[in-house]
Write a protein that binds this ligand. Structure first.
Ligand SMILES: [Zn+2]
Length: 254
């Protein structure tokens, strides 16, 4: 069956002499692998449309029984040029694609994840400051869509709603439960403690609209804590290890 669908290229690998195997996250079918014959040839009709982070309209021959679909056409819908010319943006954009590539199962279409992916790459392409906030925003919402929403509202042990009064300077994150402890329940638990600034920044990012996500300036030590918290959480709930190490280069450049 010939199908047309919007898609984002997550990964592309050379296959045999002239072809490419490309992993797409599509609006209609979720994550799929396609083969693009002749894509390595300089005269290829695919041009540069099959680079990671490309936002394309894909035409494919899809068969239910086949694991690898044939890509017959790919046209760039909107080029995210800054993601390729700005090293920081490239690092973040590739991390976003890697997260979808590793954490999302094949053939499970999810319109919300598709929209989140396109909107985040689009915004990353456009912004001029605090780009890294978009990665945290993306992870928080990807986790939510995958059934692993982090609870920023109330203590995961006693259920009390968080207020200024029951939050200490250090807050304990319970990885198994995907939430935090209030100051009464989380007394003296050194490991997995995070500063209140980290908690508040994450909670802010969860509620923020994508248009305003980069308005918040986050200190680099808070960024490191958020990276640790989210990495630990992903490691505990998904089989695939996700290495956000490429971000360390990002911090060094800042
Ligand atoms: Zn509590």
């Amino acid at each position: 069956m010939l199908s047309k669908t919007e898609a984002v290229v997550l990964k592309a690998m050379k296959y045999r002499e002239t072809s490419k195997i490309v992993t797409l996250y599509t609006r209609k079918f979720g994550k799929i692998n396609v083969i693009a014959k002749g894509a390595m040839l300089t005269t290829s009709k695919f041009g540069a449309s099959l680079e990671p982070m490309s936002y394309i309209l894909a035409v494919l021959y899809k068969k239910e029984t086949r694991e690898l679909q044939f890509l017959s056409q790919a046209d760039v819908i909107k080029p995210f040029l800054n993601l390729y010319s700005d090293y920081n943006k490239m690092t973040l954009g590739l991390s976003i694609c890697e997260l979808v590539y590793k954490l999302i199962k094949f053939e499970e279409g999810n319109q919300n994840i598709f929209k989140l992916l396109v909107d985040t790459l689009d915004k990353l392409n456009e912004v001029r400051k605090n780009e890294i906030n978009l990665l945290w925003f993306f992870i928080i919402h990807l986790l939510e869509e995958s059934g692993f929403k982090i609870n920023f509202n109330s203590c995961v042990l006693c259920g009390e709603k968080f207020t200024e009064k029951n939050l200490a300077q250090k807050i304990f994150f319970v990885v198994d439960k995907g939430g935090f402890l209030c100051s009464k329940c989380g007394f003296d638990k050194g490991e997995n403690s995070y500063s209140i600034a980290t908690f508040k920044s994450l909670a802010w990012l969860e509620r923020a609209k994508i248009e305003s996500v980069t308005n918040l300036k986050i200190q680099s030590n808070i960024n490191s804590e958020m990276q640790n918290l989210l990495s630990d959480y992903i490691k505990a709930h998904f089989d695939e290890p996700v290495n956000l190490k490429s971000l360390e280069i990002y911090y060094k450049l800042k």
